[in-house]
Design a protein. Sequence first.
Length: 196
Amino acid sequence: MVSKKRVHRSNFPAAIFLTVLLMLVSRVSPVSAQDPLPPLHVSVGLKAPDFELPAANGSTLKLSDLAGHNVLIDFYRGYWSAYCMAELGEFVKHAKELKAMDVRILGVSADPPEKALVAQVVLRAPFPILSDSQHQVMTIYGTDSSIDKGLDGEPVNVPTLILIDKTGTIRWIHQASDIKVRLPFSEVLAPARKLK
């Protein structure tokens, strides 16, 4: 008798295919020069500014809704960035491990809600993908690129990870100095393990 087990397949190839297709259609270069790292408006040891953004699933989420949990915010460039989609894919892959450490993940980009939904669906992200299409949060946190722009000329984030503890205090920040190079997941996991 042949067993018919359901096989879980990675969404990474689909994410890459979608990203390449979107770049070809929109004639966006897959590699753009990294702008200088912007001066962040937040720093380790300070309280994370609260915000409220629409989620890809149609709901609205406030950072303060996650009070009492550790939170990892991934400020990413957009659904069209292969590098960002790959990084989000790593968070999807390790979401259960982070949740076991009481770390909630949020993806935040300037994508409008319908494009945030593309990222949510393609990646099958079990965490909220939020739309900062009015650029309010990237401005408050200082993650907005001063040089680079998105598909429609909108501002984009410099890829930035911010880890917030259960009290709302920022405990760790990483900004990618090269949009093509992201931290190995183990280097993201290390500061998360230090949180209570």
